[in-house]
Every structure is written in structure tokens, then in C-alpha cells.
Design a protein around this ligand. Sequence first.
Ligand code: PHE
Ligand code: ZN
Length: 890
Amino acid sequence: MRTDIAEPVRLKDYRVPDYLIDKVDLDVKLHPSATRVLARLTIRPNPQGRSDAALILDGDGLSLKKIALDGQLLDLQKPEAWKGFVTPDQFTLHAPPRYPFVLEIETEIDATANTRLMGLYRSGSVYCTQCEAEGFRRITYFLDRPDVLSIYTVRLEAELSEAPLLLSNGNRITGGPIEGTPRHFAVWHDPYPKPSYLFALVGGDLGSIFDEFTTRSGRKVALGIHVEHGKETAAAYAMDALKRAMAWDENIYGREYDLDVFNIVAVSDFNMGAMENKGLNIFNDKYVLASPATATDMDYANIEAVIAHEYFHNWTGNRITCRDWFQLCLKEGLTVFRDHAFSADMRSAPVRRIADVRTLRAQQFTEDAGPLAHNVRPDTYYEINNFYTATIYEKGAEIIRMLKVLIGDDAFRKGMDLYFDRCDGTAATIEDFIACFAETSKRDLTEFSRWYHQSGTPLVEAAGRYDEAAKTFTLDFTQSCKPTPGQDQKEPFVIPVALGLVIPGQGDIALRTDGHDGASAAEIARGVIELSAARRRIAFRDVPSRPVPSLLRGFSAPVRLTYPASETDLITLISHDSDGFNRWQAAQTYATRLLLRSVDRIRAGDPPHADKDFSGALAVVLEESTDPAFNAQVMTLPSEADIAREIGEDVDPDAINLARDALREAIGQDLKDLLRAAYDRLADTGPYSPDAAAAGRRALRNAALDLFAAGDRIEGARIAMRQLETAATMTDAIAALAVLAHIPGDARETALDAFYHAHEGEPLVIDKWFALQASIAEAGTLDRVKNLMKHKAFSFSNPNRMRALVGCFATLNQTQFNAGDGSGYDFIANIVLELDAKNPQVAARLLSAFKSWRSLEANRRILAERALRRVAGAASLSPDVKDIAERSLA
Ligand code: PHE
Ligand code: ZN
């Protein structure tokens, strides 16, 4: 176990490694509690490094058996004889040879006892590894940093009955039984130099499906997906998604796969979503396994996205990796950007955009508004595990999206080509990346790059003035950004604002400006105005009547934008905007306004605010038949967390919950007949398909049911019960159960029991059952969650179970996590402390549920702070939890 880190790692302290490791030969003999790893490292001094430097290899809790330098055993009892020292966490050689030398290190690992799920561990009976970010040092001593690239050859050996399948990175060279023993072996060789975080091995008894993909230059790639026996058919969709992703990367970016095999292994114990190890992706099985009876449409979409994400890393992450962990967004932001574009191409683009922006706002905006705000490219960190955040991933992707909007598709694609060309085989930086686009666009991107160095969500305030006589419309923009930890003053951001002017009843008009106060020809041609200073004014001419501006179309920048639109203006946009995203946004803005008004009224002791016009606008959308998936998004109100974020300070989660329920009830009553008719009209006919069109109809039908039941609980529960009993898909079953779960009474308990018994053998379905119960906004939920933790299907050590039950309680259940008596905070604090001893990474992530504590009303703030202080002050905390606790309190 590493001891607490007192000093942060700083970007400005980056130095090239003093030694390089060209070759890594691993010989791994798998055994449940005593796996032997013999690492043969070919090391040489780095000509660019310091010539007098000691060789310092990282370790983390290693048990060293022996070590030899150029064939000479080092006497571990007499370190002075070889001038160095060794601890479980470090190996130091003060005066290593100045020529290439070989270090042989033998370690022993108890994979079964590894509860952190970092390094070599077991998921059920399967041996697997997770090395990003710093897990390789739990396998052997190494220069465990992403800028040390080596060629790996791995020999694996295991009992044939225990692990008939032996996989590692690259191509399989040879293998077979070991005569006269019950064991067998396999040798894998990866010809591409890679950092240690991309190393992986798997040994186990798994069921496999195989397929093949021929790249456009004719390379035949054998594809394999390996899952728990009996689940093979549930991997078919993942295989299909993989082949589509491979074709997409060839078509869109000209990137081909570069090995003869590509393997994916699904395991049920995994800290994150999945991992892009070269040629051997390892997945949380939640992102591989899907059948109509167990997976929702959302699960299918997530599988498609995560499969593509990990595959795309082969170029953006593996062929070009990161120089250091400060550059994490170089691979993550870019790869999320690529998987978003892929999903948009596979499905409805506006619907994907809406879903992506919902996630961005829910996770990243919230992070950026609280004590855990950090740069997309941080300049210090205490614990890198804590930087796999929405800011690095989602905001990192938004920056690239903006770049593309600003320089145009052509210069963007050329910039990507240049990046692949120039940086292939290297460990690169954000500066290397941006330089490629500065070159192809001939633009100075220095100011744009502030997005990487300044945290916080900019606020853009827009105002418009129509001059009837002159037929001009003038827009005034101002931008600002609140201070974030360590950053009191912000320089202006470069913000692309895609816009249009909508004339009621007529639609978009052509944009024209005059020289004075005008936009450049390029801006007009693209319909994108660039804000790069604190203020900007733009006047449009030839505007026949007062327009409604449609601003930030497609969510062209990750900012908060306000414009004093009237409610009539919003209705114009909801029904007539040519930009799908902004039609949805106008409905969200309208709903948010109603909700904020209601929250104020509820806190003043008045009844919530109601509004028939909003219901009327939704009615129009409900009746349109063009894109049900889109309509479903419009029918879904902002979440409680969205409303809390809008309010920003002195937040009362109970008032928000009441206001939101009241609005849903009012809409449900106003649109009773229409909702019911939509529900009947959209019933699934014909065979099941997971495609976007069928999923869209299910989404709209279930959104209609949800609102209908909010207006009429008795009839709603009756319909939901019938839907639950007859559902052909998990999408419909879970939607019905969700309706029932939020209506107190015996019917709910009966339905929950029945659901459990119907799906008992499917842990991923039981996770949905846990998550649903954890999110019930009622006072009894904490007790329910505590009881469920004693349920035989719950497991304290399985991250998916933990996230489903405890994680959902902390992040989705705003009223109960933030219960006025502090019981939710105490509960989560206790779990974090208990879990920290087992799995610090998952514990730290759970603790970040407190990230908005400062915006709460005073009483809750005091209670949340008390719980956080209790965690921060506990003895023997992991660096992971300590870091989150301390930054949350700073
Ligand atoms: N690199 C993985 C991804 O985004 C995420 C991950 C990080 C997985 C750390 C495990 C550990 O694709
Ligand atoms: Zn990734």
C-alpha cells in the first residue's frame, strides 16, 4: 500500500526519463494466490536524460522474490553491495551501467486477494489485469510512466482446466500443452512499442464468439469476444458494433487496424467502463452483454459507444499516446469526440447531441461549478486516478468539437491527418496536437487553447434589439466566468456561437450584416459568430420583422447562455426552429423557468406555479410523427440536479422535488388524453429490433406513460402493471417498474418482488432493480438501501453492485442523499470509509457525490461539511479518498 503523498505532481516538473526500457519479456505463471512473474527488462540510459541519475523503478506493494542485473543475482540482504535499495514500492539502483543492461525481476502476486482491481486480479475465476493509470507497478518494478515505450513479449502459463484461454497484447506466436503436466502455455508478441499502462493479460475459462474483419488494405483481422460461458449470444451486438466502428474509422479518418487479432474480454468486476489495452480490450461486462430481455435501449446505445470508444483508442491513445498524465485529455477528450461522432452517424444526430449535452451538463457543469473544478489539462495532481473525470472526458471532447466548428471540416480533417502522421509512435502533448490544427487552418490557436488551462463554465449573456424602421437586429454578447479553485481571474474564452434568426411563422432568414458592427464573411457563411473578448456586438440588416434569435445551435460551445426570450419566443422556437437541438433547448428553458418560479413559491409557502401554454407546446410535439426519439427528449423535463445547478446557491432539494413533481402532474393532467393516445399508438408491433427508430418509439411511449401516471396515479399504475407483466423488452419492463416504484403502496412492493424473481440470475438486471429502489424520493429509502445491502444479490466488493445501489442513492436521489437530518451524508461517509480499505478508486468516486455541497442551503451545508471533515480526518486514508476529501473542503 502506498503511503500518503504529501507533494503533488506538477506539470512544470516534467523531465524526460533518465532510462528507457526497449524490451519487456514477461513470463507469467498463473496461480490463484501465488502467481509468479519473471520480468526481463532491457534497459539503457536515455541519451536525453541525466547521465548521473539513479535508476528508480516504481512498485506498489510488490513481493520481490529475486532480482538479477546482467545475470548476477543481487543479494537483497546486502543492498550496499550493489548500491541501491528495494522496498515494496520502489527499486533503486544508484549507479547502473551506462550501456544497455538487463534486469530480471521475479515477483509473486496474490491475484485473489487483490480487491483494488488494479494490477493482476481475479474477477470470479478469471485472471485479468488493469494497468491504467499506475497498475503495472503492482505487477513488477517498472518505469511506470506513459512516455516509456517498450516492445512486449509475454509468455503465459496456467493450469489447462482453470484457464484454457490465455491472452495478451498483440499476436499469438505459439502455445500448447506442457508435456507431463496439467498446464499449458501461450506466447504473445506485440510489435508496437507501448507504455506499460496498455499492457494486459487474461487467463480463464470463457465462452467465445469469433468473427472476422478485412481492412481496406486487405489485412484479415480475427475478432474474438470472450464472456462468461452461456452468455455468448449476448455478445453478438457488441461484435456488430465493433465491426461498424472499424469500418467507420477507415471511412471517416482513414485509420485501419494494425494487428492480426483483436480481442475483447468481458469481466464482471471492473472499476471503470472498459480499457483500451493494445489488441486486448478488457470490458466491464455491462458494456458487452445485451439481449432484449436483459438490456434496455440505452444499454444497447452505451455498448455501441463504449465498444467504439475503446476501439478508436487504438489510434488516439495507443499508436499516439500521452507524454504524461497531465495530457490525459489528449487521448480521452479526442476519443470521446470520436465516439460521439460515431454514435451520431449510427443514430439520430440531434438526439445523440441532446443526450451528450444532458450528460455534459449533469456531470461536467456540476463539477466545474464546485470545489472539484479543474482544468481540462490540469497542472498539478495528487492522485491521477481521480482525474478520470467528466471534465477531462466530456469537456475535453467539447473543446475538439469547437475547434472543428471554428476551423471548418476540411482544415479539421487535414489537422487530424497531420497529427496521425507526425505523432504516430510517440507520446505526445496537447501542444503537439493543437499545433497540427494551427498549421492546417493557418490560425493562431493560442487564445483558443485557454479552454485547456482555465476551468469553470463561461456564462454568455446575450441581448437583442430590433429596429423596426431600419430593419436591423442587434445582438449584444458579454462573457464572464466565475472564479474556480486557484483561478480568481479568467481571460476571455474563444466561444463559437452558432446562430440563426427565426421569424415567427416563416422560419430562418438569410443572415446579412453590414461592415459596421458586422460579422466576417466567414462567420456569416458558417452561421457561427466567434466571441473572443468580454463583449461583442453584431448587427444584422434586412430583417423584415422582429426575429427570435436561435443561439448556440447544436450546443456549439460548452457554456451557459442566457437570453431574455419571452415565453411566446420560446414556443416559436419549440415548434419552428430548424435546429433540432435548440427546439429541445427551448422546451428545457421554458420548463426550467416554470420550475424556478415554483421553487420560489414553494419556499415562500405558496402552491407551485402552473402554466397551460407549456403543456400546449408539448402537445404539439407529442403529435408530430417525424422523430419519436427526439420527441421523447422534449417530453423529459430537466432533472432535479439540473434545476439545482440553475439555482446555484442556497439550494433546497425538497422544494425542487416538489416543484418538479407538481409540473409533471400538471402536464399529465393537461395532456391526459393525448398521452394516453400516444401510448396506445406507439405500441411495439412486429419483431424486436434494437435500432434507433424502434428505440425511439419505445422511448416516447414510455415518456408518455411516465407523464400520464404523474397526472393519474391510479390509472397510470394500472397501465404500468400491465406493461410490466407483458413487456417483451427490458426497456419496457424497467420503464413500467420505474413508474410503479415511485407510487408508494403494496403494488410497488409486489412488482419489485416479482421483478426480482423473474431476473434473479442476471446481475446486470438486478443492478437496475437496485438502482431504481435507491432513487425513490421518499424518507424510507435510506432504510431500504441499508436493507438491500444485506440482500444476497448485493456485493460490497463488486463495483457495479456498489454503484447501482449506493452510487445511485448518492448521485440520483437528491432529496434523500441531501436529507435534512444529514443521514444520507453520514451513510455515504461511512461507506466511503469502509470501502476505502478495499477499493480506494471506487470509494473516492463515491465521495465525489459531495461535489455540490457548497451550493446547498445553510443547514445541509453544515451537515455535509461535517461528514466530509469526518472522512478527511480518518486515519490511514488512501491517497485517492484523501485527495477528494481535501479538495472538496478547500
Ligand atoms: N482508459 C479507459 C477509457 O476511457 C478508462 C479507464 C481508466 C479504465 C482507468 C480503467 C482505468 O477508455
Ligand atoms: Zn477512453
